[in-house]
Design a protein around this ligand. Structure first.
Ligand code: ADP
Ligand code: SF4
Length: 699
């Protein structure tokens, strides 16, 4: 860390306290509820993850959605609950930790309705009118359908919220949310397509909003005005609907509810637009939808927009868009964002790159992982702090390879007190990002390099060696105590068969991989991009080539373009982009041949073959780790002057997404020189309901 300097007075406004109903937030930094994958099964992991943000200066820290009743069970997605005494105990670990750092703790009471297909609880899913939510969407897909709620169900729903709010108060929360957004049950009541009711809960907008209003009232009454009550509401669809009484239905809803909650948390309707990848969406992208809310209510308003720039944050406040700066991803990437601004250290902010690996962890059903912040989710299990690393070692380390993993390893090792030399064969550090961040839409990924090189350049115990391709002899001659090999991976020119097994090289002219594009090779059109990696690279290269004016056909063995991109919310946007850029695409096919003039395609299930005229083929499939240097040094282990302590990390070890390379680099940095018994990995456990049943039974 550099010497703290004074806060820029322009940013003072960010540190003003804000009254939220009966509570006072110490500043305007509000970590809004967001998925973390941390359920009540891991209470200490969750508490440490949220508390880190409180330690880093966020005035309000919220937990993720908490089911109010077993009739809202989100499995297989991770789902927190607030159902009983055990759940109260579980959440209290988090609220105590947040309070210890002076933050308010918020809880998002949640009922998913037709989204929550109750795969574990096996209760029938509830909905306003029996209409399913995104029934064909992977993740929500189910063979069950929800039933229409009757009047008793609606009374139950209101009661469940009231009871959960009482439990929230017992757990120590300061703010309780009612959640009428993102397709969840109260939102379904707001939308006429889902709400076909003709009773007091359906029909006119006044009727459709009644449930949300009743839930706010119930939560307030249950907590006697001691807790602040927040409303989280999605306004994208409502804003697009005309209203007879206002500029849009969104305006009408906010006017009807303007005095009901103590806080408005306003957002988009779908994860894809609400939590959009930076590839297709800039910082502050919600403003055109939510910007009007403050003009209709005196209650404080919080909203998000992947804010990492204090200038943008101040502009949001000064222009009357928001009262509180909401952060989900920026708070994951840098829990210490507020403190860094407060201390005049904004150049040290580890800015979110908008890659959405964090959201992919929720879709994967695991704890949150973050590309920029490898300590996310490891605060309790491994005891990793995002800012503080104990100086525990001396000695010299040579890191070969200045890509994401090498930079991260070097930074971590330097913080531990080692003398670090970081060498790269190229003129610029950044490794794969030198090319990848130049691809269409990916410039924010440069932040990975900028953050790390910015820190490394300031450290007196770090020496940088650009333009230094090292052989094994060079490494041995350097004579460092420890050597970390972070030499990356290379894309292979091999295709794959219908069964996804590698199918060998295609011997033809003009067959390329991303390595060739990175080296500046000019491609002739028409070109086929065959993608069986199925993350961002194939579609980004198709966009790059289309941008050069080439006729591009994207081919994939998956069912959609950027198949894995469904996990990061980018797949739908890739399809929109292909349509806008005139990129043709074919799915469920593999390239079975190419002769320099035509590409042969085989359908993966039927084997039926077709042909496409093409002058060039770009294959985006497998990467192989560059392990040559590591293996040579290993082989020379017995020689005099050999490297005593040798590590392989990042893509050279196991090629993967940036998040994996950076995590590996960080882990190598943390663990280098430690004995196995010095590496502590704690295992969390839930509070079991049975532990709380005995006293209740005795009453
Ligand atoms: P990772 O994602 O694991 O960090 P990258 O491929 O991004 O991997 O980065 C690897 C870096 O290692 C590249 O910048 C490359 O120039 C560098 N490199 C590879 N081999 C050597 C070597 N023998 N000497 C110096 N630098 C090397
Ligand atoms: Fe931002 Fe990516 Fe980290 Fe998510 S994983 S917080 S999008 S850097």
């Amino acid at each position: 860390m550099t010497q703290a300097s004074a806060r820029n007075p322009r940013y003072d406004i960010l540190f003003e306290p804000v009254k939220i109903g009966p509570k006072l937030a110490k500043n305007r930094f509000f970590q809004v509820p967001h998925a973390s994958g941390m359920t009540n099964a891991a209470p200490h992991v969750r508490a440490a993850f949220r508390a880190m943000k409180a330690e880093g200066g966020w005035g309000v820290v919220a937990t993720g959605a908490c089911s109010v009743d077993p009739s809202s069970d989100d499995s297989p997605f991770p789902c927190a609950t607030l159902w009983d005494q055990a759940d109260i105990r579980s959440h209290a670990v988090m609220t105590e930790a947040a309070h210890a750092h002076g933050a308010l703790a918020a809880v998002e009471l949640w009922h998913g309705g037709a989204i929550a297909m109750n795969r574990t609880s096996r209760m029938t899913a509830l909905s306003p009118s029996g209409i399913p939510w995104m029934a064909s969407h992977v993740g929500f897909m189910s063979s069950a359908r929800p039933r229409a709620m009757d009047e008793a169900d609606i009374k139950d729903l209101i009661r469940w919220h009231a009871e959960a709010a009482r439990r929230a108060e017992q757990a120590g929360f300061d703010i309780a949310y009612v959640y009428a957004g993102m397709g969840y049950l109260p939102y379904q009541f707001l939308m006429p397509e889902y709400n076909r009711r003709q009773d007091q809960w359906g029909g006119s907008l006044r009727n459709r909003v009644r449930l949300t209003e009743a839930l706010i009232d119930a939560v307030r009454e249950a907590t006697g005005g001691r807790l602040a009550v927040a409303l989280r509401i999605s306004l994208q669809e409502l804003r697009a609907r005309p209203s007879d009484h206002a500029e849009s239905e969104a305006h009408e809803v906010i006017s009807l509810l303007k005095d009901a909650p103590d806080l408005f948390d306003v957002k988009m309707d779908y994860s894809v637009t609400d939590c959009a990848v930076s590839r297709y969406s800039p910082e502050g992208s919600h403003e055109p939808v939510i910007g009007f809310v403050k003009s209709l209510t005196d209650k404080p308003v919080v909203g998000v927009g992947r804010f990492t720039s204090p200038e943008t944050m101040v502009s949001m406040l000064r222009r009357g868009v928001l009262d509180l700066i909401g952060g989900a991803r920026p708070s994951i990437a840098d829990p210490f964002l507020p403190n860094k601004i407060s201390e005049g250290r904004e150049e040290e902010i580890r800015e979110c790159i908008g890659c959405n690996m964090c959201i992919s962890s929720w879709h994967d059903g695991v704890w949150v992982r973050c590309t920029q912040n490898p300590t996310a989710g490891e605060e309790w299990r491994r005891g990793w702090h995002p800012e503080i690393i104990r100086k525990d070692r001396e000695g010299q380390v040579l890191v070969v390879g200045g890509g994401p993993s090498g930079m991260e390893a070097a930074l971590t090792l330097a913080k531990r007190g080692f003398e670090v030399a970081l060498a790269d064969g190229a003129r610029d550090f950044g490794g794969r990002l030198r090319f990848e961040a130049s691809l269409p839409g990916l410039s924010a990924w440069n932040r990975v390099t900028e953050y790390r090189m910015g820190r490394l350049r300031q450290m007196t115990n770090v020496t940088l060696y650009p333009e230094s391709p090292l052989s094994a002899a060079d490494v041995l001659e350097f004579g460092a105590d420890h050597v970390v090999i972070a030499t990356g991976a290379r894309w292979q020119p091999v295709t794959c068969a219908a069964n996804e097994l590698p199918a060998g090289e295609i011997l033809a002219p003009r067959v390329y991989t991303p390595e060739d594009l990175a080296a500046g090779v000019q491609i002739e059109g028409p070109v086929v991009v065959f993608d069986y990696d199925n993350y961002y690279m194939g579609s980004a290269i198709a966009e790059l080539l289309a941008g050069q004016g080439l006729a591009v056909t994207y081919v994939t063995n998956a069912g959609a373009a950027a198949g894995w991109g469904i996990m990061t919310n980018e797949q739908p946007l890739v399809h929109q982009s292909f349509a806008a850029k005139g990129i043709a695409y074919r799915t469920l096919e593999v390239v079975s041949g190419f002769d320099g003039e035509a590409v042969r395609l085989a359908q993966i299930y039927s084997g039926a073959e077709t042909s496409l005229a093409a002058r060039a083929l770009v294959i985006v499939g497998l990467r192989r780790g560059e392990r040559g240097l590591y293996e040579e040094l290993q082989a020379r282990a017995g020689e005099a002057g050999a490297v005593k302590s040798l590590y392989l990390t990042g893509d050279a070890n196991a090629p993967g997404a940036l998040v994996h390379a950076i995590y590996q680099g960080h882990k190598t940095g943390r663990e280098l020189g430690l004995a196995a018994n010095e590496i502590i990995i704690r295992r969390d456990a839930p509070f079991a309901p049975r532990d709380f049943q005995m006293p209740e039974a005795a009453e």
